[in-house]
Design a protein around this ligand. Structure first.
Ligand SMILES: [Zn+2]
Length: 112
């Protein structure tokens, strides 16, 4: 993983991610909330790392970015693992998983 923290901010992530609800369409879930009990929305970005600093302009590509954040309220950190699919340099979609402060994958949260 390469460190890509410079000049990255949480503003690059959307406020909501979406899960499909079958016939009921899509439901939006707030992304930038503490994953632990406290439900705080005050998160600080600690670092961003990616498996690929450059997106190639040709063909299919999958890029993983780990956004490590810390909750201001409870002080615990966790990770948004964003797996983006690109085609010819354009993002198709991104799946977001949450990892806790021990690196345990808490599962898929939603996509954007
Ligand atoms: Zn918290």
């Amino acid at each position: 993983m390469n460190d890509a923290s410079d000049s990255r901010t949480l503003d690059e992530l959307p406020d909501r991610v979406f899960v499909a609800l079958g016939r009921r369409g899509m439901e939006g879930i707030p992304l930038k909330e503490c994953t632990y009990e406290c439900d705080s929305v005050e998160l600080t970005l600690l670092s961003v790392s990616t498996n690929s600093p450059d997106i190639s302009k040709k063909g299919k590509e999958e890029i993983t970015e780990d956004w490590i954040v810390q909750c201001e309220k409870c002080g615990r950190s966790f990770t948004f693992r964003c797996k983006s699919r690109y085609f010819d340099g354009e993002r198709m979609d991104t799946m977001v998983n949450i990892l806790d402060d021990e690196g345990k994958d808490l599962g898929w949260l939603g996509s954007y």
